[in-house]
Design a protein. Sequence first.
Length: 387
Amino acid sequence: MIKALKRWFTLYDFNYGRAEFYGDLAEMFERGESMLGFLEGEIVNSVKTGMKSRAAALRMMLARYQSGAEGGRLEYLLNGIVPSSDNLMLLSVERAKNKKAALLAMKSAIEQQAQMRKIALLASLLPLVVISLCGILIWTVSNLLKKLDESAPYYVRDLIWTGFNGLAKWVADVALDYGPGVLLASIVALVILVRSLPRWKGRWRLKAENLPVFSLYRDYQAGLLCSSIAMLLQAGGSLRGSIEDLSQRASPVLRWHLGRVLQSLDDEPNRAVEAFSRGVLSPYMVARASTLYRSVGKDKTFSDVLIQLGTKDGDRVISRVRVAAIVAGASVTAVFATAAVILGLASMTAVGKFSNVMQPASLMAAKADFDAAHPMGVIDPGAKPTP
């Protein structure tokens, strides 16, 4: 475990910028340079420039290459060094006749995927930060309103908690009485949600993907799928073969979606757009695919549409993921943010109202009005019992 963590930290910088490395590999094939010369030269350059992570990764590759195992295949050289999600694309590079073009396509796919991962990560972290800050504000102001209520004479409390202040008092009471339970329930719900995103499948999953968080995950996975499948198709793979290859390494829910696509292609081979509209792509991406499919020439296929979606339309795909991330973040934080805004405003309005009713003249008038409205008298609910 410790060894694995140490290895991960050692290779982190290299993997973060590995798209640049694939571009360098493409240039190596263009120059006709040997793999041995490339690795040795890049190690020297990495040491000179202080790129320790890249140097460590290159040394691992060089040791494997010099061992002579697996014929120096790229997939073997990089296995365990780069993320496992690269393995399938590396296999496609091995199969491709034009390795330079395949590596450049892989570089583009990884850069696009990195952008989408960054968007998804920010979409996950920002709500957590906002909810934490809102939680602190809610708890602080709720206790403030409670102390105001306790310090006010019983006969003026109804004057303070009217209208908007009354709503704020109700929110504060709920927060103080049920806050810990709501927090625990929210954490449990979040854990269940996160675990269900890559696993839950079935008819109800299709309905759930219209909801903000699930739609973000769908658009994110669809973006990764398009960039990966475009790379496989550019390397010469068939549409069906590429889908089957991706299915082997996909999450359970994506594997289920791809299985439905394959089944639909078996039933109606000429209706590829409809096959991909069964949940694996968002309605927006399906509409875009349909537009592209209508405009391609007679010598083009749906594979060409997917290649364009995963390459030339990369900015469109990223834009849709960004929109889905904003909607998901807003929906997750809406309840907490609304409560925080209500209480934040009440911290000013309630204090102002409290100051007004606590003036001597106001207290006397309020006491007289209260006594007139309750001729039988009322026991102060805040009074301490006498011994």
